[in-house]
Design a protein around this ligand. Structure first.
Ligand SMILES: Cc1cc2nc3c(=O)[nH]c(=O)nc-3n(C[C@H](O)[C@H](O)[C@H](O)COP(=O)(O)OP(=O)(O)OC[C@H]3O[C@@H](n4cnc5c(N)ncnc54)[C@H](O)[C@@H]3O)c2cc1C
Length: 436
């Protein structure tokens, strides 16, 4: 049975979240830059966010992605998709609801692989929203291909000595701790010889070379750190999971992270689409509103269809994750929505700029920021091409090559094979293909 309805009790929850996000959180995007959402030292912002977080907790919607044993709602991915598409409308909503990346993924791996002591030190304050964290994997010489990584941790007696550099480590400047991937066994492939370490940011030897920002951002506001580890001393207690586990751990967080970004992208794309609809109905040229022009209607129709197609694939992906409880079985779908996130967001934000004219491209609207964010979606957690390859490989795996000279759907070959099967029918009068 296929059913696209939302049960009434859950509908009421979504209605509460919709109203709350629209009235209380969306306005914050006009007041504070996007990356400030993680800045727990921004007193002005925190004085607004903390009471909002309290209201979310009281309403029972805090960290719904977590299982109940960890203080979350245990909603499953489909319900999360419906919630996240509302939260995605504002850059601040995921923080207010305790579902902001990369903290969600980091909490997930701490819950899976952390020791009781690590959970007490890092996971609890992270889940409570008291601290933020950073996932540090990409290096200056390459991100898409981990085989070029060189950052390493060498065992010396009871200690590990961490040396090397990491690049574009988001929120490191606000974080209490970093989760750092480092090579611990250079004799084997990095996929087997890398490990994850929990590194408090104030550990001696952790150097911030600089905080890079997104284009347009003032240098002071950058939140994507270029880090250098100068013989940082770590203990066995700082190792997350076992030595050599880094990629197993990374996979646990990236599957969920990618699909949650896609869910939120649906919401942001819809918010921008609504702005476009408002504008074309309000702005007149040559004696009529833009919305009366058929070329405009074509543009609106295309955007609506692209967003809805994307939304349905995201919802189906979420449903499959719940159904199979195994990210590996949903690999193709997750890769597809990851690729589409960039395409849909850049398309909608690009059209918003264009259809608002000079105002759209100005710093008086947020569309430029949304457009850049769309491109960021095509890089963060791996570039689109790598995920396109996953989609294609899975599709190709479903279909075997033919050993015949001509393809399976070659008409003369098929007719030759079918002639005896339909011999009696083909004797009867009727228009047939020339090959019969
Ligand atoms: C907003 C944002 C936040 C980020 N946050 C973090 C973070 O918190 N922690 C972290 O560790 N990293 C983070 N990253 C880094 C991100 O993971 C890398 O940017 C990404 O993996 C690509 O690596 P790269 O930038 O080195 O690009 P490269 O690896 O140099 O790739 C450049 C381009 O080459 C092409 N390309 C690469 N590989 C292939 C291929 N196999 N086939 C065809 N074409 C290919 C693609 O067009 C790609 O965009 C973040 C990035 C962004 C944009």
């Amino acid at each position: 049975m296929w059913n696209f309805e939302t049960e009434p009790v859950f509908r009421a929850s979504l209605d509460w979240i919709t109203r709350f996000v629209h009235e209380e959180i969306e306005p914050l995007d006009y007041l504070f830059p996007k990356d400030e959402t993680y800045n727990t030292r921004n007193e002005s912002l925190m004085s607004i966010l903390n009471p909002l977080k309290r209201q979310v907790r009281e309403a029972g919607f805090w960290a719904c992605h977590l299982p109940p044993a960890m203080g979350g709602g245990g909603w499953g991915q489909l319900k999360l998709a419906l919630m996240n598409e509302i939260l995605g409308r504002s850059f601040f909503a995921p923080t207010v609801f305790g579902t902001a990346a990369p903290d969600t993924g980091n909490a997930e791996i701490l819950a899976h692989f952390g020791t009781p002591a690590q959970k007490a030190r890092y996971l609890k304050p992270l889940l409570d929203g008291d601290i933020v964290s950073c996932f540090s994997m990409t290096e200056p010489q390459g991100g898409a291909d981990p085989r070029v990584f060189t950052c390493r941790a060498d065992r010396v007696g009871d200690e590990w000595i961490l040396r090397g550099e990491k690049w574009f480590s988001s929120n490191a400047r606000w974080a209490d701790f970093l989760i750092v991937m480092a090579i611990t066994d250079p004799e084997v492939s990095i996929y087997k010889g890398a490990s994850m370490f929990l590194v408090p940011v104030n550990t001696p030897g952790v150097e911030f070379v600089r905080n890079s920002g997104m284009a347009f951002e003032h240098a002071e506001h950058g939140a994507h750190a270029y880090l250098r580890f100068n013989d940082v001393k770590l203990g066995n207690a700082d190792l997350l999971g076992q030595a050599g586990d880094a990629f197993r751990i990374a996979q646990t967080r990236l599957g969920g992270g990618r699909v949650h970004h896609a869910m939120r992208t649906v919401g942001l794309a819809k918010r921008v689409f609504e702005a476009i609809c408002e504008r074309v109905q309000s702005r007149s040229t040559q004696g009529e509103t833009l919305s009366r022009k058929q070329l405009m209607q074509g543009a609106i129709a295309d955007l609506w269809m692209e967003i809805e197609q994307f939304r349905l694939l995201v919802l189906q992906t979420a449903w499959k994750i719940d159904r199979f409880n195994d990210y590996a079985q949903v690999r193709q779908d997750i890769a597809a929505v990851k690729v589409l996130s960039e395409r849909v967001m850049t398309r909608v934000a690009g059209q918003a700029i264009h259809l608002h004219g000079a105002l759209g491209i100005s710093n008086e609207m947020l569309f430029g920021e949304y457009l850049l964010w769309g491109y960021a979606l095509g890089l963060a957690d791996g570039p689109s091409e790598v995920h396109q390859m996953t989609v294609a490989k899975e599709a190709l795996r479903q279909v075997a090559p033919t050993e015949s000279l001509f393809p399976t759907a070659h008409v003369p070959s098929q007719v030759a094979a079918l002639r005896s099967r339909y011999a009696e029918a083909l004797k009867l009068p009727g228009h047939k293909r020339g090959w019969v």
